[in-house]
Design a protein around this ligand. Structure first.
Ligand code: FPP
Length: 253
């Protein structure tokens, strides 16, 4: 088992993104309805947030509800929204105590009014916190985000605010819901599935992927440490050769 002390402090990822998967299977294996898995997933969220804050990770993005999740049975969608509301209400105090700043990305206008209101309130209350930035992806999908960005660009071009020559990779970033958030260095997906599922498609271009069989409700800080330790063994080349990376490390030391 990897401990916190075994992690290299100078090689921690700045931003970790997580696809929390396997709640339904976890519940079914215990002979319970799927919602039981979501409820138990909150403990995993709490432990992961706490561990990231303790480690000094700057950004943690959690894929809590995708655009496609609206197509789940009505009872499950309602239960997830109620759980979200209850968790925001219950945990805002803890976020404040731990200097965690809450943010959200996604089509937030499509959330039930009560949820979006409480969410906005929690975001406002934690706005001044300077520690971990906890980003909840809610009613989020990357294709929605990219199309939305293109629509906004075309609308600005129509008003003469930007020209086609202004458009480049950096400029495009400003139109995404993650415009103030750096790209993740590490993506974790639980439950043994090895898909991206419409999550941060643009932002994950050079992200290291880590897949674990652990189902989300069982995920705890030791699983997070294992993912970070694995990440710390990777060589990040960004299209360069291994020799170029080694040479630049040597010339900087
Ligand atoms: C995926 O498991 C999980 C979700 C769609 C919801 C995640 C929500 C929580 C962990 C609870 C609340 C979160 C916050 C941030 C307060 P699944 O249902 O797809 O599982 P399965 O693949 O086994 O069916």
């Amino acid at each position: 088992m990897i401990t916190k002390e075994q992690l290299e402090k100078e090689k921690l990822p700045n931003h970790i993104a997580i696809i929390m998967d396997g709640n339904g299977r976890w519940a079914r294996r215990k002979g319970n309805p799927r919602v039981f898995g979501h409820k138990n997933g909150v403990a995993a969220v709490r432990d992961t947030v706490e561990a990231c804050a303790e480690l000094g990770i700057n950004y943690l993005t959690l894929y809590a509800f995708s655009t496609e999740n609206w197509n789940r049975p009505r009872t499950e969608v309602d239960a997830l929204m109620s759980l979200l509301l209850a968790t925001i209400n219950k945990e805002t105090k803890t976020l404040l105590e731990n200097n965690v700043q809450l943010r959200a990305i996604g089509d937030l206008d499509s959330l039930p009014r009560k949820v979006s209101r409480e969410l906005k309130e929690a975001i406002d209350k934690t706005h001044g916190n300077t520690g971990l930035k906890l980003v909840l992806a809610l009613s989020y999908s990357a294709r929605w985000e990219i199309v939305n960005a293109v629509k906004n660009m075309v609308s600005e071009a129509g008003k003469g605010l930007i020209s086609i020559d202004d458009i480049d990779v950096n400029n495009f970033n400003h139109y995404l819901t993650t415009k103030d958030i750096p790209d993740p260095e590490l993506l974790i997906r639980t439950s043994g599935e090895t898909r991206i599922s419409n999550f941060l498609l643009w932002q994950l271009a050079y992200t290291e992927m880590y897949f674990t069989e652990t189902l989300w409700p069982d995920f705890r800080r030791e699983h997070l440490y294992a993912a970070i330790a694995d990440y710390q063994c990777r060589e990040r080349r960004f299209g360069k050769t291994s020799e170029q990376i080694t040479d630049s490390v040597n010339s900087n030391s």
